[in-house]
Design a protein around this ligand. Structure first.
Ligand SMILES: [Zn+2]
Length: 272
């Protein structure tokens, strides 16, 4: 799956300060701003995942495009991400977990992984992002590991999140990001059955036409992504040559999703 492609960056919440004890996927707003400034200086233009899908399916990739995505739906996106993006004329995509929208705080097992001083977006705030040009797509209802769900619950995660966003925003919801990047072949089939055009994993690498549209790669942004690492990730999809090599082996092994399922059952853990 090597060769040129479009980087799809995966962000979560943006913090006022890096917080010890909080997951490293929540980065400081200041680091995010530095990354956006770097992209702008390098001549990148941000596109939504809808734009990117169009490029992939027509085999017309623009190498200076980048997709900036945010998972879950934190209030800090309105407060910190949107102003930084606006400064550079960048758009973004939000993969929204609909079950938390409007709640005073995140709930369930997922709540342990979120920054303590952030909260879920309200629908009014999601509409604000949409009005600013953001693409709002789905990221489940309750944010549970999908490979472990019974068929009916898996279906409801995929279809109810899709319908609710479409109703609330009067928009088309065609793309899905798997919570924790977790999937198996049943999840991939359910994604197609629910009418999605493409799904997003957390496999690293650049997205190109060689990829399975049901599990496109995304690059995880975390507190370790200083500008040096960030530049490597944007240009190659990997933080190092060794990471790229390991990813090539994994892509070859997981070419048939059934092989991934067998490995998961043997090792009794999720492999992403
Ligand atoms: Zn998530």
């Amino acid at each position: 799956m090597d060769g040129p492609g479009i980087p799809v960056l995966m962000y979560h919440a943006l913090l006022a300060q890096p917080a010890p004890g909080t997951s490293p996927v929540h980065i400081a707003a200041q680091l995010f701003e530095q990354q956006m400034a770097w992209l702008h200086a390098q001549g990148y233009e941000a596109i939504t995942v809808t734009d990117m899908h169009r490029q992939l399916t027509t085999s017309q990739l623009n190498q200076k495009n980048i997709a900036i995505t945010f998972d879950d739906g934190y209030r800090s996106l309105v407060a910190r991400a949107a102003p930084a993006l606006k400064k550079y004329g960048f758009t973004a995509t939000l993969f929204l977990a609909t079950g938390f929208v409007g709640l005073p705080k995140f709930i369930g097992a997922f709540a342990n992984a979120v920054p303590p001083d952030d909260r879920p977006l309200t629908w009014a705030e999601v509409r604000e992002l949409q009005a600013a040009g953001w693409d709002i797509q789905a990221h489940s209802r309750t944010h549970r590991l999908h490979a472990a769900l019974p068929a009916a619950e898996l279906r409801s995660e995929l279809t109810e999140s899709k319908q609710l966003i479409a109703e609330q925003l009067d928009s088309s919801v065609q793309f899905y990001a798997f919570p924790y990047g977790n999937y198996n072949r049943h999840v991939l089939q359910a994604l197609v059955n629910a009418g999605y055009q493409a799904g997003f994993s957390v496999h690293s690498g650049l997205a190109n036409t060689a990829h399975d549209l049901r599990r496109l790669p995304r690059i995880e942004m975390n507190t370790g992504c200083d500008l040096h690492i960030f530049a490597k990730l944007v240009r190659t999809g990997y933080p190092s040559a060794a990471a790229a090599y390991r990813a090539r082996l994994r892509d070859a092994l997981f070419y048939f999703p059934g092989i991934k399922d067998v490995l998961q059952s043997i090792f009794k853990r999720f492999i992403n």
